[in-house]
Design a protein around this ligand. Structure first.
Ligand SMILES: Nc1ncnc2c1ncn2[C@@H]1O[C@H](COP(=O)(O)OP(=O)(O)OP(=O)(O)O)[C@@H](O)[C@H]1O
Ligand SMILES: [Mg+2]
Length: 288
């Protein structure tokens, strides 16, 4: 469905997510749906009149939160199709369910709860870990929205979908795409592992460049309008990508790469980017 879902809990960071999602819906010709998830208890029929009053007040407060966000999105993008709902459940679970037939889900990096200093909240993290569609975690940044779309490429299946998403983003934003592969091998695979005493960095770099170009090849023909710069960089992926995010408009990574164990839903690079990136982050799940 051509619909973007945005999670809103009334907090400042979630309103930033609403702004980001409204702009994105405009870029993609999609509609926007604002979701505020509250405790399901509010939808029970109370027997105690005191509880009924509290319930009504809380539901009214929730309606205000949704209406405020919907009005804000409509003001920001006149003509945008925006709907909203207050619904009962567990926030991350509801957003993940709604993600099933959505174009993407957007959340803020933080919400109204949590510890001060926390870099990313539990709802944002759970949605990024479990949603079937791409998840964008918006955050307050000085990043220029006209900055490059940066994508981390590792040749994995989720990485391939991330590359496709990044091309789409660069195309609808009319900005440059910067594709980065970070390499740090040869690395020891375990204790006592033998490393080659001599290896030619230039040869390793050239091989990485070749794999990177291969990962991009199919997409270039699909998006001839997108200007692409690609680079294989020696360093750890999380560090290289966090560094590149400083001047990026959006950072795109696959939900997981080659490492980790079977069944792992969010790899270490995606996890690190949710914590450390300086710009909004898109986590793209492979369909395979
Ligand atoms: N009740 C909710 N309904 C809809 N979206 C929500 C809700 N709670 C959080 N979100 C979404 O998730 C984003 C991050 O909020 P999150 O709750 O993860 O962080 P937090 O409140 O700072 O920490 P905590 O993990 O303690 O709740 C919000 O900006 C919002 O987009
Ligand atoms: Mg919260």
């Amino acid at each position: 469905m051509n619909r973007i879902i945005v999670g809103d809990d009334g907090s400042e960071p979630s309103l930033l997510a609403v702004d980001w999602a409204a702009d994105e819906a405009a870029r993609r010709g999609a509609s926007l749906h604002v979701v505020y998830v509250v405790t399901p208890w509010l939808f029970d029929v109370p027997t105690d009149p005191g509880a009924a009053r509290v319930r009504e007040q809380l539901l009214d407060g929730g309606r205000d939160i949704v209406e405020f966000a919907v009005a804000r999105a409509r003001d920001r993008v006149p003509g945008l199709e925006v709907t909203g709902e207050q619904t009962g459940g567990q926030p991350a679970k509801v957003l993940v369910e709604q993600a099933r037939d959505a174009l993407m889900v957007v959340t803020g990096s933080r919400g109204s709860g949590g510890l001060s200093g926390l870099l990313v909240g539990s709802v944002a993290m759970q949605v990024a870990t479990h949603a079937a569609c791409p998840v964008v975690v918006a955050r307050a940044s000085n990043a220029d929205p006209r900055g490059d779309v940066v994508v981390g490429v590792d040749g994995s299946p989720a990485g391939a979908d991330a590359v496709g998403f990044a091309f789409e983003e660069a195309s609808v934003r009319r900005v440059r795409l910067r594709a980065l592969t970070a390499w740090s091998h040869p690395v020891p695979s375990g204790r006592g592992d033998m490393q080659p005493l001599v290896y030619d960095r230039a040869v390793v770099a050239a091989e990485e460049e070749r794999v990177l170009a291969e990962s991009l090849a199919g997409w270039w023909s699909k998006y001839p309008d997108v200007e692409v710069v690609s680079e294989a960089v020696n360093g750890r992926a999380a560090k290289v990508l966090a560094g590149a995010s400083v001047h990026a408009g959006l950072l795109v990574v696959g939900s997981r790469g080659h490492g980790g164990f079977g069944g792992l839903l969010l790899g270490s690079v995606g996890h690190a980017m949710l914590l450390r990136a300086h710009c909004p982050v898109a986590i793209v799940r492979g369909r395979g």
